[in-house]
Design a binder for this molecule. Structure first.
Ligand SMILES: NC(=O)C1=CN([C@@H]2O[C@H](COP(=O)(O)OP(=O)(O)OC[C@H]3O[C@@H](n4cnc5c(N)ncnc54)[C@H](O)[C@@H]3O)[C@@H](O)[C@H]2O)C=CC1
Ligand SMILES: O=C(O)C(=O)[C@H](O)COP(=O)(O)O
Length: 376
């Protein structure tokens, strides 16, 4: 990489066109070429020093061999699209953005439950995968005094640690494991026919990690045979070519946008700029114009869970994502195209902390619960 100091480094940066904040965070480093992430090719990278991607680009030998790329940054939490072993063997520095949109995913979980009118108070949660996302969910559940069990084979010291079967037998089961295909604890199709059989009637199953953690064919079979669970799928096998017959059977579906809060996306970009600075031996970047939080009002005349539900859904209602996805499935365009278009043109979604509650009738208990969720 040609870098002659922070002021004028002249890097050739090739980036997924769907990365927000590129100009803000990378504009002073050189030229940025924006291209579609799903179809990136070796030829497009022939002069690139830096490659910035999201989860839809498989970054491996066939993409990078023979290119001058020396840094790969993925503005995402997940890393299953990066062949990190190959990158490391080639001495190509890489970074993802751990935790960047974890809060967005946790807010998705609570808003999805609100959309389904499932009051989580008095229910138990099972969390599969307890890293930044699952761990934040667990922390909020503890604060809400909602019981939970956790299955994470790498975190056996977790106070709520349990076996997978027990976790799957909780009232609300949230899948937040990464996609792992090998090693001692693969997650690929971890939720298979047998695991689905362990899930009790009446359970709410929320999948917001990676699609292939659930064997989608097995889930469809379960939903066709015994439609006795409530299913929320944000992630799918074979995105963007998802199974529309499965979509027809789930209660809430969305096009892999649980992490798509405005805040989460921008945090991903900023974290990758910081990672590049570390590679270049530069100090962390100062935050340019960090969003000053002028809070927006959100109103409810109700109290108790009805108020919690109304306030959350006034801010973010996953049923709108569900409707758009179903409309796309019924539309003229093939799903393989409309899934990505929904993601590309996703409306700006601000996290709960951008809002201020205006609810004169709200009881103290509900107000406290909302504050734990990040809404004051
Ligand atoms: N739907 C969406 O928009 C988003 C999805 N994700 C997905 O969620 C995943 C989790 O995110 P984070 O918690 O931030 O990642 P993380 O890396 O902080 O934590 C993942 C946790 O899963 C555990 N784990 C690994 N293999 C497992 C297995 N077989 N069974 C159960 N747990 C296992 C790990 O030990 C770790 O504690 C990401 O890898 C990504 O694939 C992340 C952000 C947004
Ligand atoms: O951060 C992750 O991991 C995610 O799943 C992303 O939120 C997915 O977004 P894209 O990278 O596919 O735009």
């Amino acid at each position: 990489m040609k870098s002659n100091g922070n002021a004028n480094p002249q890097l050739n940066i090739v980036a997924d066109e769907n990365i927000p904040g590129l100009e803000t965070w990378f504009g002073n480093l050189g030229a940025i070429t924006r291209i579609p992430g799903r179809t990136m090719s070796q030829t497009q990278l022939k002069d690139a020093d830096v490659l910035l991607v999201r989860s839809v680009t498989e970054v491996n030998q066939s993409l990078l061999e023979g290119t001058p790329v020396r840094f790969v940054g993925s503005c995402t939490i997940g890393t299953d699209h990066l062949d990190t072993a190959w990158l490391e063997a080639q001495g190509i520095a890489w970074s993802a953005a751990p935790g960047c949109n974890a809060n967005s995913v946790v807010e998705y979980v609570f808003c999805a439950l609100a959309a389904l009118n499932v009051d989580w108070r008095g229910r138990s949660f099972g969390i599969v995968g307890c890293g930044n996302v699952g761990g934040l969910l667990q922390k909020k559940l503890h604060a809400l005094q909602v019981p939970c069990k956790v299955y994470d084979p790498w975190l056996t010291e977790n106070p709520d640690s349990s076996d997978l079967k027990s976790v799957l037998q909780q009232d609300i089961v949230c899948l937040h494991a990464p996609l792992v295909k090998d090693g001692p604890h693969p997650s690929l199709h971890m939720i298979d026919t047998a695991a689905l059989a362990a899930i009790r009637p009446g359970t709410v199953l929320i999948s917001a990690g990676r699609g292939a953690v659930i064997d989608n064919a097995a889930l469809l079979e379960r939903l066709r045979g015994k439609p006795d669970i409530t299913t929320v799928l944000d992630v799918w096998e074979n995105e963007p070519d998802i199974r529309t017959d499965l979509l027809a059977k789930v209660d809430l579906g969305s096009p892999h946008i649980a992490g798509y809060s405005h805040d989460g996306k921008l945090a991903g970009t900023r974290m990758i700029r910081d990672a590049l600075n570390r590679v270049l031996g530069w100090p962390e970047v100062a935050q340019p114009g960090t969003d000053a939080k002028t809070k927006l009002p959100v109103v409810s005349e109700q109290s108790g869970f009805a108020a919690i539900r109304e306030l959350l859904l006034n801010i973010y209602d996953p049923r709108e994502d569900d409707r758009r996805l179903r409309d796309a499935a019924a539309g003229e365009q093939p799903m393989v195209r409309s899934f990505d278009l929904l993601r590309k043109h996703y409306p700006q979604r601000l996290e709960l902390s951008h809002f201020k509650v205006q609810a004169p009738g709200l009881d103290d208990a509900a107000r406290k619960q909302l504050a734990i969720l990040g809404l004051n």
